[in-house]
Design a protein around this ligand. Structure first.
Ligand code: BDR
Ligand code: CA
Length: 333
């Protein structure tokens, strides 16, 4: 089993022992909010270890016009209107866009009544922003955090292949293996929506940490956990409780569980507290041909193929620790 990012821990320990703050880690969040994306963004913006260079929106849970607006709404909810939000791909590389209003509601952020954002959308195209930032920042210092279909990331890799060697790591929510799929029996939503983009990312040679359904289905928004957000008594806490109550209803009906899986915040939590997760380095390949299993992530967990290991696939989560981290951090906003 791999417990990831030991270099982060070592660096932080050195900083602590010398009484200095470790340098903030630079991230770009690529997202399709989505209530769980929203909680991931809030967690990142609340966390002093992270420097959110920018947020890039992609079409996914709902169309791009809504995902970019929702990203801005969340920055304003967090009290951070200075964060730069960019709009990217309007549709997947090859296939038609599939959205998930049945899960997230017509706006993508149903639940709380959030005001229309005042902060402006950046004019630059998100894909250009990703490329420009990676070429400008010191090589190996920027982590990409995709929380939706991988279209923007694949387009950036195609536009400027040199970025592959400059990206520190890609930590993504997507895929599922032992759990099967959530949008078809075989496929998880983010990978299903743009399997061709996922294939490009998985073959890019960039170090990848993958948070599949095998992990996120263990991070359930149980009633007591939703209450803990509401009890914060803040705008962020109450809005988060309202978002989660809307979001979980679909999965509670589907899985018969107390609460729904809180997928996307697992990505940001791993950056802050990697010891909450465990997994293993594997080869991961994506199905792009068969309609029956389109978007399936084929994880070679037992190394039976000899194919090169291209991702650290997480499988276990300390879910109590994860929710404790979320409540503590969102309480800072
Ligand atoms: C993923 O799909 C979306 O509905 C969620 O935001 C998450 O990123 C889970 O399959
Ligand atoms: Ca998402």
């Amino acid at each position: 089993m791999v417990r990831a990012a030991p270099e982060f821990k070592a660096f932080e320990k050195l900083g602590e022992s010398r009484g200095i703050m470790a340098a903030k880690r630079k991230i770009i969040i690529d997202t399709d909010p989505g209530q769980d994306d929203a909680v991931a963004i809030l967690l990142a913006l609340a966390s002093p270890e992270l420097d959110v260079l920018g947020i890039t929106a992609v079409a996914g849970n709902v169309p791009l016009k809504l995902t970019e607006k929702n990203a801005r709404k969340i920055c304003e909810l967090a009290g951070k209107p200075e964060v730069k939000v960019y709009a990217g791909a309007i549709r997947p590389l090859v296939r038609a866009l599939v959205t998930a209003e049945e899960v997230h509601g017509q706006t993508g952020l149903n639940g709380p009544d959030l005001p229309e954002p005042k902060m402006k959308l950046q004019e630059q195209y998100a894909v250009d922003y990703i490329v420009e930032t990676l070429m400008a920042e010191e090589s190996g210092t920027v982590t990409l955090c995709p929380l939706g279909p991988l279209t923007n990331i694949a387009l950036a890799l195609i536009r400027e292949p040199r970025i592959a060697r400059r990206i520190k790591r890609i930590v993504l929510m997507g895929g599922g293996f032992f759990e099967g799929g959530n949008v078809t029996p075989a496929a998880e939503f983010n990978i299903y929506v743009d399997p061709h983009a996922a294939e490009i990312v998985l073959k890019s040679g960039v170090p990848i940490v993958m948070m599949p359904l095998d992990v996120t289905h263990k991070a359930l928004t149980k009633a007591t956990r939703v209450d803990a957000f509401r009890k914060l008594g803040t705008k962020v806490g109450v809005a988060t409780a309202e978002m989660l109550e809307f979001f979980e209803r679909f999965d509670e009906a589907k899985y018969g569980s107390d609460g729904g899986p809180l997928h996307d915040p697992c990505v940001i939590a791993w950056l802050i507290r990697p010891e909450l997760f465990s997994g293993r380095e594997c080869n991961v390949a994506v199905e792009t041909a068969s309609e029956l299993t389109m978007g399936m992530t084929v994880v070679d967990w037992w190394s039976v193929t000899g194919r090169p290991k291209n991702a650290t696939v997480m499988r276990e989560i300390d879910h109590d620790g994860f929710f404790a981290l979320l409540v503590e951090r969102l309480g800072r906003l």
